[in-house]
Design a binder for this molecule. Structure first.
Ligand code: FE2
Length: 244
């Protein structure tokens, strides 16, 4: 038997690499009880992509898969859908024009999801924590849920990845109409700094969400009734949306 050639050695290295790749993917899938051929194929591709292009950007955010509609003005329970009759959907283009970003994720891959890592890296999210919003888990539930539903802005973007359950993010368009965005498990949504918004659970009464932030988190809401339209974050937001 002759000595191993350089090309045989390279072939062996590629083989070992691919084998490790498949094992790693299998390990993630098994950990999250999501073993299936399609999951393994999808996530092997993600991992391969991250290894080959470690500085790659995540896929462009889309809003196409989000369900959103213009709200009625009924004073009924905030957890109801509050659709107009007939329903008046809000298009993906409108959400995009308001600066909303969205990715569809596979929550069973959290926390080892390469797609999440790519988004985190590309957007500089250095902080994360998890919040479970439900009467049973959230301290001072009544006060908190009331404050979440006060119309407000932040001086930073609001990033939420729904891992379990669901909830509504209501956002205002520039004509001051409420748009209700239904976020469910697997939705990662970014609301831009300065957008008027609020949050409520839906009738499922439960949402577990990952909160992401750049640097030290600042959750302070500035309620609309306490600020002027000239608030710097609001002014920049309006200017940006009008210019886009
Ligand atoms: Fe908020």
């Amino acid at each position: 038997m002759g000595a191993i050639t350089e090309s045989e050695m390279q072939l062996a290295q590629v083989g070992v690499f691919l084998w490790i790749l498949v094992l790693k993917t299998y390990e993630i899938e098994e950990q999250h009880h999501s073993l299936s051929v399609s999951n393994i194929c999808t996530n092997t591709t993600h991992i391969l992509f991250i290894y080959i292009f470690p500085h790659s950007q995540p896929e462009d955010p889309k809003t196409a898969n989000i369900e959103a509609w213009y709200m009625d003005d009924s004073p009924d329970d905030q957890r109801l859908p509050h659709r107009q009759y007939p329903n008046l959907p809000c298009s993906a283009e409108t959400l995009q024009s308001l600066g909303i970003k969205y990715w569809s994720m596979n929550p069973s891959l959290y926390p080892n999801d390469p797609k999440l890592q790519a988004i985190r890296k590309a957007r500089g999210y250095s902080y994360e924590d998890c919040i479970t919003v439900s009467p049973a888990t959230l301290p001072n539930y009544q006060d908190k849920i009331k404050s979440f539903y006060e119309e407000h802005i932040h001086t930073d973007e609001e990033v939420r990845y729904i891992l379990e359950g669901a909830g509504y993010f209501d956002v205002r368009d520039l004509e001051d109409r409420w748009i209700r965005v239904h976020t469910k498990a697997g939705d990662l949504i970014i609301l831009p700094e300065g957008i008027y918004h609020r949050f409520t659970l839906d009738e499922g009464n439960y949402a577990k969400a990952l909160r992401l932030f750049i640097g030290e988190p600042v959750w302070t809401p500035f309620n609309r009734n306490t600020i002027e339209e000239s608030h710097p974050s609001r002014a920049i937001y309006v200017q940006t949306v009008k210019a886009s």
